[in-house]
Design a protein around this ligand. Structure first.
Ligand code: UDX
Length: 462
């Protein structure tokens, strides 16, 4: 595909060529994490000449061989196309090549510091390096999730050093596991700029999408920074809310699945992000809501709802352990538990702030024997839990188990051979923390079945 793809089907060949030549730009991405890699590859697919730069030499060497460092459905195919067409390059060091870029995206990590604030050391490291090599007047676009005021801070920092660059904020809303789809069909593009020239340049970069009627919100840099935190916080609050509703359902005998459906069909609320589960995790929500809470306090503007969501989600893992313990008679000591799922959600191998990891740690501290399985996340889990026993299949994990706990909603766990499972377990108990199994079926097969916020939990106990 190229920049002017939307016009290709209308037989406007000359116009297509014209737009391609006119809008194609040299762009560099600094940082090849999820956001940098997906955005870099996809902007190259849109017709731009993209270089992805990362100082991790192993990562870059693999990318040069066409190997992705992350599990992201569909991305490999776009990597191959763009590399073959010569519009995608990889670099493992800053060099004068950077002078050829009209736009440089900063997509490095902004981890939580011990206090919960976003740590900007990688952002400023990148800015220092970019300012040494990039051409004067070039546009530096902050795509990393950064606190309110960061772009202005960077601008002031560069001014003190007498460097003249334009700074823009362009937050990203990609979800792991469907990042390619999200990039191709975003709900909106947010462009935060404080000058006309930067706005125009960013509009040109995204022309392939805006020409297909993807809404574009033009705003100042600070508002753009806050939009990203506001979006993630709102979604996290939505999940924390539905999880607390699930607790209420369990106590009152109501059914969370029907409750979510009934609430979500109100178009003002929407069905998405209303699935109750073991708590939200991943590299963004937990970190970003903490950072936003800090930002609010810094501006003497307390966000009580946000703080409540942080607290509620913080207690979720121990609530889940309590649930597991109750399901197997109140004592975890020496119980064999099969854990199905280590990734923070299905579709990714990412285990950062995964509920599964938190739950396993608490279960282990209470003396449970754990065998865990995940279709793609074991390699990453090994780095956090090197001593844990891992199985090479769901069935092997469940062998001789007192209970099986489903924590990640992988489709293969929905398809478990229930009869075989019943035969190999020590005691047929399933604790389904994602509500993916059909309660009637498993109960009818003789399992004790516990789920999240369901009347079936009560039924299994009776
Ligand atoms: C999130 C945002 O969605 C994305 O816009 C942003 O760019 C990065 O952070 P991601 O971390 O990939 O994306 O995961 P997401 O799909 O949003 O899920 C986050 C967590 O919420 C997961 O742990 C997931 O299991 C949980 N979740 C999600 C629920 O528990 N219930 C839901 O209904 C939805």
């Amino acid at each position: 595909m190229a920049i002017a793809e939307p016009f290709r089907n209308h037989g406007c060949d000359f116009f297509v060529k014209f737009i391609e030549i006119f809008l194609s730009m040299n762009i560099t991405f600094i940082g090849t994490g999820y956001v940098g890699l997906v955005s870099g590859i996809m902007l190259s697919y849109f017709g731009h000449n993209v270089t992805c730069l990362d100082t991790d030499k192993t990562k870059i060497s693999k990318l040069k061989q066409g190997l992705l460092p992350i599990h992201e459905p569909g991305l490999e195919q776009y990597l191959a196309i763009c590399t073959k067409e010569g519009r995608l390059n990889f670099a493992d060091a800053y060099s004068q090549e950077l002078q050829n870029s009209s736009a440089i995206f900063i997509t490095v990590g902004t981890p939580s510091s011990p206090s919960g604030e976003a740590d900007l050391k990688y952002v400023f490291e990148a800015i220092d390096n970019v300012s040494k090599w990039a051409s004067v007047g070039c546009l530096i676009i902050i795509k990393s999730t950064v606190p309110l005021g960061t772009c202005n801070l960077i601008r002031e920092y560069l001014e003190t050093k007498n460097y003249k660059f334009h700074i823009a904020a362009n937050p990203e809303f990609l979800r792991e596991g469907c990042a390619v789809e999200d990039f191709l069909h975003p709900d909106r593009i947010i462009i935060g700029t404080n000058d006309e020239q930067s706005r125009k340049l960013l509009e040109e970069i995204y022309w392939s999408l805006t020409s297909q009627n993807v809404p574009l919100v033009n705003t100042d840099v600070s508002t753009a920074e806050l939009i990203k935190y506001g979006s993630n916080a709102f979604l996290a609050i939505k999940i924390a809310f539905i999880n607390e509703m699930a607790n209420l359902c369990e106590k009152s005998g109501a059914d969370i699945k029907k409750l979510s459906q009934g609430i979500g069909l109100d178009s003002r609320i929407g069905q998405k992000f209303l699935k109750a589960g073991p708590g939200f995790g991943g590299s963004c929500f937990p970190k970003d809501i903490l950072a936003l809470s800090h930002i609010a306090k810094k501006y003497q503007s307390v966000c009580r709802v946000l703080d409540a969501a942080i607290e509620a989600n913080g207690e979720r893992a121990s609530d889940m352990v309590k649930k597991i313990s109750e399901a197997i008679g109140g004592n975890l000591h020496d119980k064999n538990l099969a854990i199905l799922g280590l990734a923070f959600k299905a579709g990714t191998d990412d285990v950062r702030s995964s509920s599964a990891i938190e739950i396993i740690k608490i279960l282990q501290s209470q003396g449970a024997n754990i065998t865990a399985y995940d279709p793609v996340a074991i390699t990453n889990a090994l780095m956090l839990l090197p001593e844990l026993q891992y199985a090479n299949s769901a069935m092997n994990a469940c062998n001789n188990a007192d209970a099986v706990v489903i924590i990640t909603e992988w489709p293969e766990f929905e398809q478990l051979d229930i009869d075989r499972l019943h035969a190999i377990m020590k005691s047929p108990t399933i604790i389904d923390l994602r509500n993916i199994l059909n309660p009637e079926v498993v109960i009818q097969k003789g399992f004790k079945y516990y789920c999240i916020g369901g009347y079936m939990s009560a039924l299994a106990k009776s």
